[in-house]
Ligand binder design. Structure first.
Ligand code: CA
Length: 366
C-alpha cells in the first residue's frame, strides 16, 4: 500500500499533532508483566497521527490492547517522525527502540524482496482471501519466517479493501492510452505500468495534488474515495477509474519486537495477536463505510466521472503482472516460495469465490 506516500503529508503537522508523550523510565522490552505490573510499550508508525483510516487504525489498535489487558499493557503511539522517521520503523522495532510498529510490508522490500507480497499483489487476493491465506493457509507462517532473522514478529493489522484504479485527465479506452502515461503508482503496480508502456512515478501523498495540478504527472492512484476526497484529487482530475487492479486489498501490518513479545505472559501475547485481528476487521469496516459515503460525495457533489478500465486493458495488465511475478520468483528463492504458495491458494479460493461471492454479487444486481 502506497503509503510511502502517506508520509508525505506528515512532517510538521504530524509532529505538531502532539502525541509525543514521554515513555516512563524503566519501560522496555524486558518487562515481564507479573501481577500488578504495568508494561509500557512504544508503537512507532509510518503514518501521520490521526491520518484517516491508517493512523487512526494504529491508534485504535493501541487503545484496544490497553483495554483488553485491563491497562496492564499500555501502548503509546508515535506518528511518523515523532520518534523515528517513517521508513525507520522496521529497524526501530528490530533494535528494540520501540517494542511495536505499524506500517505496510511493501515498505520493507529493501530488507526482503518477498516482504511486499504480504501487503498487496497486482491481481492478487482481496482482503477476505488474503486473511484466509494468513490464518488458514501458510501466509502468516511464511511472513514470520521472513521477519524472524530481524527479531520481529509480524501480524496483519488492517486492510483498506479494494483500492481505486486512479485519477486521469483523459479516458483510457485502450492499451495505447497507457503508452507514455506518466502516473504516480508505486511498487509492484508501478512496474506493471512500466511494462505496459507507461512511466511510473513514486511520489509521497502530500506531493500528488500539486504534481497533477502542474502537469508534472498525467495521472495518479492513491487509495480510494475516503482518502482521495481528503486530498482533493477530484479538483485536478476528471476521470476516476476502477477497479484498483494493482492493490486489491492492501494489508497493513503490526510488527512486534520478538524479545519484548516473548517476555509477555501468554494472556498478553494472545491479547496482542487477537487485537490485531480486530484491527484488521475494524479498518476494513471503516473503509467500506467511508468509501461509499465519499464516493457519493465525489460523484453527486463534485461531478466526478467514474470509468471502468476496459477489459482489454485489464487483461493486458494482468498478463504483464503474471510475467513480472514469475520473473521475480525466478530471481529470489524466498519470493518463489511465497509467490508459489500465494498463487496456489489464490487459484483454489478463486474457484470457490466464483460460485459464492462473485456469483452472489452478480445475482444481487440482476
Ligand atoms: Ca494505492
Amino acid at each position: 500500500m502506497k503509503r510511502r506516500d502517506i508520509l508525505a503529508g506528515l512532517g510538521a503537522g504530524a509532529v505538531a499533532a502532539g502525541l509525543t508523550a514521554c515513555a516512563p523510565p524503566g519501560s522496555g522490552p524486558a518487562a515481564s508483566g507479573g501481577t500488578g505490573e504495568v508494561i509500557r510499550w512504544k508503537m512507532v508508525t509510518t503514518w501521520p497521527p490521526g491520518f484517516p483510516g491508517l493512523g487512526t487504525g494504529a491508534a485504535n489498535l493501541a487503545k484496544l490492547i490497553g483495554e483488553l489487558s485491563g491497562g496492564r499493557l499500555q501502548v503509546q503511539v508515535y506518528g511518523a517522525g515523532e520518534l523515528v522517521p517513517a521508513f525507520e520503523v522496521f529497524d526501530a522495532v528490530s533494535s528494540g527502540t520501540a517494542e511495536m510498529g505499524h506500517g505496510a510490508a511493501y515498505y520493507w522490500k529493501g530488507k526482503s524482496e518477498a516482504a511486499q507480497f504480504f501487503a498487496s499483489v497486482p491481481f492478487g487476493m482481496n482482503a477476505q482471501e488474503l486473511n484466509a491465506w494468513f490464518y488458514y493457509g501458510d501466509g502468516l507462517d511464511l511472513w514470520r519466517e521472513i521477519y524472524e532473522p530481524f527479531g520481529l514478529i509480524p501480524a496483519p493489522a488492517g486492510n483498506t479493501g479494494v483500492q481505486m484504479g486512479g485519477w486521469f485527465n483523459k479516458e483510457i479506452n485502450g492499451l495505447g492510452d497507457l503508452d507514455g502515461l506518466k502516473m504516480r503508482i508505486p511498487g509492484l503496480g508501478g512496474e506493471v505500468l512500466r511494462r505496459a508502456g507507461g512511466t511510473p512515478v513514486n511520489l509521497p501523498g502530500g506531493e500528488i495534488f500539486t504534481a497533477l495540478q502542474t502537469g508534472s504527472i498525467d495521472a495518479t492512484e492513491w487509495v480510494g474515495p475516503y482518502n482521495d476526497l481528503a486530498f482533493g484529487l477530484h479538483q485536478v482530475a476528471r476521470y476516476y477509474y476502477y477497479p484498483g487492479w494493482h492493490e486489491p486489498g492492501t494489508c497493513l501490518e503490526a510488527i512486534f519486537n520478538a524479545d519484548a513479545f516473548n517476555a509477555l505472559p501468554a494472556d498478553l501475547q494472545s491479547i496482542c495477536t487477537n487485537a490485531c485481528k480486530v484491527a484488521t476487521q475494524s479498518m476494513l469496516s471503516e473503509f467500506t463505510a467511508r468509501n461509499q459515503q465519499a464516493l457519493e460525495t465525489l460523484v453527486s457533489e463534485h461531478g466526478v466521472e467514474l470509468r471502468r478500465f476496459p477489459d482489454e486493458v485489464l487483461a493486458r495488465l494482468r498478463a504483464l503482472s503474471e510475467e513480472m511475478l514469475d520473473e521475480m520468483a525466478a530471481a529470489d528463492p524466498m519470493v518463489a516460495r511465497v509467490h508459489g504458495n500465494q498463487k496456489a491458494f489464490q487459484q483454489g479460493v478463486t474457484s470457490w469465490h466464483e460460485i459464492s461471492e462473485e456469483a452472489f454479487y452478480r445475482a444481487r444486481s440482476l
